[in-house]
Ligand binder design. Structure first.
Ligand code: ZN
Ligand code: ZN
Length: 362
């Protein structure tokens, strides 16, 4: 049985209906289709104990036959509506589960109009399966981390005072795409000076240029076979101030201590608290607004979460980021982010770019 067939079988064991449907329509759900079938285009999946059907149209039929195996591929323009309903009806399937978080109200209402079927909403049963990665998925994640590390190693000596954030982001994008990657894992964040305090900064909106003394934060990743790395390193342009060094060292300690604590069995709350307590004790509790980390995989933010609000407990094979930070609005911030594969006894850190000291660039 292929990994995909195994995933489909496991999914059916977790839902209450005999069928599951998923549709990727204008980019609504590429991840579920890719995880359950390997298909990266647009279409719908119907999965039941006896059938695995991929409905798509002529733009994707050839691609579907190359990317998938063991699926009944059917071509037609009604894959997001009538064909989907007919596909269920033809196989005497009267109820189907779908992921409510990835569906639109419009799509659901259209399906309900087209046939006398019951659609059962569950938040996202496939994302629950995706939390623990297979050995092959772990290899893709390791490869994605390697591409990010190598791109950063090539980028850093090239950075000069006066370059704009956008120019650096573009160069980083070029380095990632020149490697064995599908592309960037997400929109690259290159931020300088006060912008380093903006956690999801877009350097292409209004890029500023590097000045001596600026902090420079790079938060980015690579996408290898759909799997995404996510790394942050903070640098200083020219000479660091004593204050920058002090903040960097606290964040580094929080990062290292959290890495020491992450293992199977720890809760997301407890892992977060290891870093948060250290930052609080140093007097900067109010300057660490986000959670310690999140799962990575086919999406850059997925389960489990490491945060004060987490409901998760870590298991071997989960992959999470560990990314404490300290930020001062209008002044700047420091974040250090690594990617960790959870094991029975600890974790394997797959991002390897040096972080032991605040590196000077430019
Ligand atoms: Zn990140
Ligand atoms: Zn992250």
């Amino acid at each position: 049985m292929t990994d995909y067939a195994l995933r489909r079988q496991r999914l059916l064991e977790t839902i209450t209906t005999e069928a599951f449907i998923a549709t990727n329509w204008e980019g609504s759900d590429p991840v579920t289709l890719r995880y359950l079938s390997g298909f990266t285009g647009e279409g719908s999946l119907i999965i039941s104990r006896d059938h695995a059907i991929l409905l798509t149209d002529s733009r994707y039929t050839e691609q579907a036959s190359q990317e998938t195996s063991g699926l009944d591929i059917q071509e037609g323009r009604g894959w997001n509506g009538q064909d989907l309903v007919d596909g269920l009806t033809q196989h005497s399937l009267t109820q189907a589960t779908f992921s409510s978080i990835r569906a639109s109200v419009y799509w659901l209402k259209e399906l309900e109009k087209l046939g006398n079927l019951k659609f059962v909403a569950e938040k996202d049963p496939v994302s629950q399966l995706r939390r623990v990665k297979s050995p092959e998925e772990l290899d893709h994640l390791r490869a994605a981390a390697k591409v990010a590390d190598a791109a950063l190693a090539e980028l850093v000596p090239w950075i000069k005072v006066g370059m704009s954030e956008a120019e650096i982001a573009l160069q980083l994008e070029m380095l990632i795409r020149s490697a064995d990657a599908e592309g960037s894992a997400f929109g690259i964040n290159v931020s300088a000076g006060a912008n380093t305090a903006l956690n999801h900064y877009n350097p292409f909106h209004h890029a500023v240029s590097l000045k001596p003394g600026d902090l420079l934060l790079l938060d980015f990743g690579a996408n290898v076979k759909g799997y995404r790395s996510d790394i942050t390193r903070t640098f200083v342009v020219g000479k660091p101030s004593a204050r920058d060094r002090e903040i960097y060292d606290i964040v580094l300690k929080a990062n290292c201590r959290a890495i020491d604590a992450v293992r199977a069995g720890i809760t997301g709350i407890a892992a977060d608290a290891v870093a948060r307590d250290l930052i609080k004790e140093a007097g900067f509790g109010d300057n660490f607004g986000h959670g310690l980390g999140h799962g990575i995989g086919l999406e850059v933010h997925e389960a489990p979460s490491l945060s004060p609000l987490s409901k998760d407990t870590l298991e071997p094979g989960m992959v999470v980021t560990i990314e404490p930070g300290i930020y001062f609005t209008g002044i700047g911030g420091v974040r250090i982010e690594d990617d960790a594969i959870v094991t029975e006894t600890g974790c394997e850190i797959i991002t390897a770019f040096p972080k032991e000291e605040l590196i000077s660039v430019g």
